[in-house]
Design a protein around this ligand. Sequence first.
Ligand SMILES: Nc1ncnc2c1ncn2[C@@H]1O[C@H](COP(=O)(O)OP(=O)(O)OP(=O)(O)O)[C@@H](O)[C@H]1O
Ligand SMILES: [Mg+2]
Length: 275
Amino acid sequence: MSTIHTLPYAEAHTRAVVETGQDMRPASSLGLIAVASGKGGVGKTWFSITLATALARRGLKTLLFDGDLGLANVDIQLGLFPKRDLGHYFAGAHALPECVTEYPAGGFDILAGRSGSGNLASLAQPRFAQLIRDLYELSADYEATIVDLGAGIEAHTRGLAALARTCIVVTNDEPTALTDAYAFIKVLTTHRQRNDLRIVINSAGNPTQGQRIHETLTKACREFLRFEPPLLGVVRRDGRVRDSIHAQTPLLVRHPGAHAAVDVEAIAARLAGRA
Ligand SMILES: Nc1ncnc2c1ncn2[C@@H]1O[C@H](COP(=O)(O)OP(=O)(O)OP(=O)(O)O)[C@@H](O)[C@H]1O
Ligand SMILES: [Mg+2]
């Protein structure tokens, strides 16, 4: 049985997905992987792109969905001008699969957002329910679907996170990032099963520092939520991340030996090992 059928998440849009019936994805699929943070600017989009590249390099058919609707994070970081994006889908001109863009340089497909098309929060409930139904269906064609979420903890962002089999919460060592990561974990765990929630510490000085940051976060979760979200991995701070974003090229293509690239590859290997 798929995770989605057992979600205790009560909101209407998630119920709508549950109603779609059987899980169409192969058992080997990683399903949907949401990348969340609470606080903005901690590296969700960069991490999502790098993870998509790493999973594609491991041979998994991968889709990257820009869930930060209205801001088009992914195509800007990659310098893409997709022929179709979510704007076309929302305009009713095309079905969701028709809005997918191939990204040969990264080896994966992208469902791009559109800057200025209005944000996720302003999407009416029935349209959001349809979107997640369509996204869930589309994910059946892939072995991994990564959903790059926007900042914040509003209902639709939580809805997308709840749809995912795995929710990765990304944070760095800044107190505001940790506080917001905790807030995100708290709202998510009050609505859904907890076992698929994993932490990525980004921009850490070194692996030991990253583990210490994770311990700080788990201490709060243990005390107040009686739950310890496991560490999926630590990604080191790396100047070549900025360079690759400026060059609008995936880090794994431009600097495959960079510490941050190696760290994300290790995370991809861990995720793929669970498939
Ligand atoms: N491991 C890292 N090492 C160095 N710099 C990093 C690292 N990860 C992210 N960054 C920097 O953080 C910046 C913000 O990253 P990104 O846009 O992916 O964040 P975000 O969480 O998606 O932001 P938003 O919430 O606004 O969507 C990047 O421009 C990059 O320079
Ligand atoms: Mg982003």
